[in-house]
Ligand binder design. Sequence first.
Ligand SMILES: Nc1ncnc2c1ncn2[C@@H]1O[C@H](COP(=O)(O)OP(=O)(O)OP(=O)(O)O)[C@@H](O)[C@H]1O
Ligand SMILES: [Mg+2]
Length: 255
Amino acid sequence: MTMPATATRADDIVIEMSDVYAAYHGDISVLNGLSLKVRRGVVTGIIGPNGAGKSTALKTMYGFLTPSRGEIRLRGELVNGRSPSEMVARGVSFVPQNRSLFNDLSVEDNLRLGCWHFRRDKPRVQQALDRVYEMFPVLREKRADLAGTMSGGQQRFLELGRSLVLEPEIVLLDEPTAMIAPRLSRELYDFIAGLPEHGITVVLVDQNVRQCAAVSDHIYVLDLGATRAEGSRETFGDDQQLREMIQEWLDYQID
Ligand SMILES: Nc1ncnc2c1ncn2[C@@H]1O[C@H](COP(=O)(O)OP(=O)(O)OP(=O)(O)O)[C@@H](O)[C@H]1O
Ligand SMILES: [Mg+2]
């Protein structure tokens, strides 16, 4: 008998948020009792309308915000209040929604900045650069160019590459394909879908419901800072189930 996808063993969960509340300012909570589980070695998708708290969920996982209530556990360890650099040291990396490159620095210098945590280990830095150039040959070609001169899609590859120099176990991606050309967007999704084969667990926040569902093993639908619905690949396997899952998401339109 095959196990249902939801019957995950505890050690398959790498990040667990339980009843998390978090605010940017004072006591106006943006996360309102958010609970979700990130399973090891697969893509976990997070979708939801604008302002649902998707980016805030990632920022809180990564330590930019400290929960006012609730728990965040990373491989079982309580990490509430850990800083982003402490999360990096624990194998978590983050590609934020808003463009995060230094446009006036070269492609290679942007990658070198990603190597900050081990900058004194020159051979490791070189290896990390070579690995990224192997993954994204266009970045090798353009390594001396200013990052700001590349196309939007190429810049997203650079951001992804920069997050991978750390050899993370978990990457948090916030709308990696927003506003880029369809061909590059497909390449990015293929790349993201392939990360688990390299032992990388992915959390993917996305506006593109169909694409997100296609690459995710499990999906959470967020609204008002909490989980409204969730489902395994089986649950959202067809459009009808996907529609039902997001029925409360009123302004959602399937394309
Ligand atoms: N830096 C900030 N300071 C104060 N409030 C913020 C900040 N960033 C986001 N918010 C508020 O938090 C709520 C959730 O925002 P968040 O960016 O997490 O939503 P989202 O689901 O990622 O939306 P989108 O799909 O537009 O990216 C919104 O009401 C937003 O206005
Ligand atoms: Mg967002």
